[in-house]
Design a protein around this ligand. Structure first.
Ligand SMILES: [Zn+2]
Length: 124
């Protein structure tokens, strides 16, 4: 693993993680599958597979999805004329879709920030 450039901006690292790109070069893909990070970047060869984000992405996903859905639920709950069974399908489905969208981006951000810090993100 090569150390990150000293002047690399944290915001740039976060943005590369958000779009699922290598935190080092910004060109190679960060994930080989939905949440499976590549072992090494195909473009620059940076080792990324050893970085463990653990529960961080799930935590960030819950925070983001909760802050999106909670206000919508509160504002719509007072005037909601839907039958209960519709609400019981729509809200959990919306939460699931949002979580599936946010989770890989949150993991990309965590991997990028961990990579930038020089830590490996595990208990090794
Ligand atoms: Zn790269």
């Amino acid at each position: 693993m090569t150390p990150p450039p000293a002047k690399q901006d944290l915001l740039l690292t976060i943005l590369r993680g958000l779009v699922g790109r290598c935190p080092a070069c910004g060109h190679g893909k960060l994930f080989s599958r939905y949440l499976k990070p590549v072992q090494t970047c195909a473009h620059c060869g940076e080792a990324l597979g050893h970085i463990r984000a653990d529960d961080g992405p799930a935590w960030l996903t819950i925070i983001i999805v909760g802050h999106i859905l909670a206000p919508i639920l509160l504002f719509t709950a007072t005037d909601n004329t839907w039958p209960d069974w519709v609400s019981m399908i729509v809200w959990p489905l919306l939460a699931l879709v949002l979580a599936l969208i946010v989770l890989p981006r949150a993991k990309g951000v965590f991997i990028g920030v961990i990579w930038r810090s020089g830590c490996i993100g595990g208990e090794h």
